[in-house]
Design a binder for this molecule. Structure first.
Ligand code: PLP
Length: 430
């Protein structure tokens, strides 16, 4: 047995310490017992500080993945260390049979900083979307008199891995082998107003059937593809005309990542329902569904989660959210994002046969590889690991950059240098 003393270092020293990582990782044991649901990189990460992480051999990496757009404040941030320590010493879980003050405070922060009035707490993005799907269905039944409500989603979207959310996800690769899927979903091309209008017209031709439209402001997993302002204004207009709920999946972009608190602020619209998770807790598992009071149809007994919004995650998430505003991390996301995109555009200029364009807002950006090029995003991501830079693909042709919102000018410069070497090495190998 590993002694407790060995496992728990003084947390308040974590941000600055640079001691050796734990040496006893056993890959054979891991592979024998952990299910093979992920294609993992051969890297065991054991420690982090700021925008850096270390593997079990002590190698340092610049982290432009941030736990997939999740570690808003990076690793071992003093605010998080303090909030985690304080909350676990005070109260960490009691269930929703009782009032939880931290939950109320976080709900207040979220509604003060959004167009929503009401919040339901859960533990992940998929669960937040499940809650939104249930809300839209009940709204359809009780407000619109629809017997079998339909929710429209977009091709190339991503909404999670539960049965309802893989059905909502407009990508067949996530649905393969898991039929029968959940009924009541219809897909349209993203950023295509005409297609949406005709889908609504045909679905509603014999009376109302569409209860909700679920869209990402910027499709993250589907290739870092930003929504179009004119398109979303038309979506909003169609929703108003047909009393359809506009649900924005802000799981990957919410809480400052796009250079605004919410992705929808880049689109000059207000949704009726918002789902959020990844960045909200800075790495502690929390999700939430927010809605306007006009469409809050949920009553006691309708929906629940045992862990949802417990004192621990809400206390930590509140500290994360407050730091995002107090430390001007949203402005930092804008400025560092601009710097990153400028650097990436230079790489597009340098390798015009390989790269097509750069897409993104704030600190969610994608470097897009041209179609029919033999190099895939995963090849460059692997070459970047060799340069001690962590990146994540968004599909086979997009390299995604989602660093912590605390990323510095020097970090971005260093990432661009490492990336440039990784690209050069990848192309040399061909
Ligand atoms: C990651 C993601 C989800 C799923 O979140 P989980 O916490 O993995 O369940 C849903 N929607 C979007 C847009 C995401 O990026």
């Amino acid at each position: 047995m590993v002694s407790l003393k060995k496992l728990v270092k003084n947390p308040l020293q974590a941000f600055s310490n640079s001691s050796k990582a734990s040496p006893d990782f056993q890959p054979e044991l891991f592979d024998r017992h952990v299910m093979t649901t992920y294609g993992r990189f051969p890297l065991a990460l054991t420690r982090g500080a700021g925008c850096r992480v270390w593997d079990d051999k002590g190698n340092e990496y610049l982290d432009f993945v941030a736990g997939i757009a999740t570690c808003t404040l990076g690793h071992a941030h003093p605010v998080m260390v303090e909030a985690v320590t304080q909350q676990i010493q005070t109260l960490h879980h009691v269930s929703n049979l009782y009032y939880i003050p931290e939950q109320g405070a976080l709900a207040h922060w979220l509604t003060e900083h959004s167009c929503a009035d009401r919040v339901f707490f859960c533990n992940s993005g998929a669960e937040a979307n499940e809650a939104a799907i249930k809300l839209a269905r009940k709204y359809g039944h009780t407000k619109l008199g629809i017997e079998e409500p339909v929710i429209i989603t977009a091709n190339a979207s991503f909404h999670g891995r539960t049965l309802a959310t893989i059905t909502a996800t407009g990508q067949p690769k996530y649905q393969k082998n898991f039929a029968p899927l959940v009924p009541g979903f219809h897909y349209v091309p993203f950023n295509d107003g005409d297609a949406l209008e005709s889908a609504i017209a045909s679905l509603n031709s014999n009376g109302p059937r569409v209860a909700g439209i679920l869209l990402e402001a910027l499709q993250g997993e589907g290739g870092v593809n930003p929504g179009n302002v004119h398109y979303f204004q038309r979506v909003r207009d169609l929703c108003d005309r047909h009393q359809i709920l506009l649900i924005m999946d802000e799981v990957q972009v919410g809480v400052g990542r796009t250079g605004k608190v919410w992705g929808y602020e880049n689109l000059d619209i207000e949704p009726d329902v918002i789902t959020v998770a990844k960045g909200l807790g800075g790495g502690v598992p929390i999700g939430a569904m927010l809605c306007k009071s006009s469409c809050d149809v949920l009553q006691p007994g309708d929906h629940a989660s045992t862990y949802g919004g417990n004192p621990f995650v809400c206390g930590v998430a509140l500290a994360v959210c407050q730091t995002v505003t107090s430390e001007n991390l949203i402005a930092n996301a804008s400025a560092r994002g601009q710097q990153l995109r400028q650097g990436l555009l230079k790489l597009v200029d340098t390798y015009p046969d390989t790269f097509e364009q750069v897409r993104g807002w704030g600190l969610i950006n994608g470097l897009v590889i041209k179609p029919n090029v033999a190099v895939k995003s995963i090849d460059i991501v692997k070459a970047a690991i060799d340069q001690q830079l962590l990146l994540v693909p968004a599909g086979s042709n997009v390299i995604r950059f989602v660093p912590p919102l605390i990323v510095s000018e020097e970090d971005v410069e260093e990432a661009l240098k490492k990336l440039s070497v990784a690209i050069e090495n990848t192309l040399l190998e061909r």
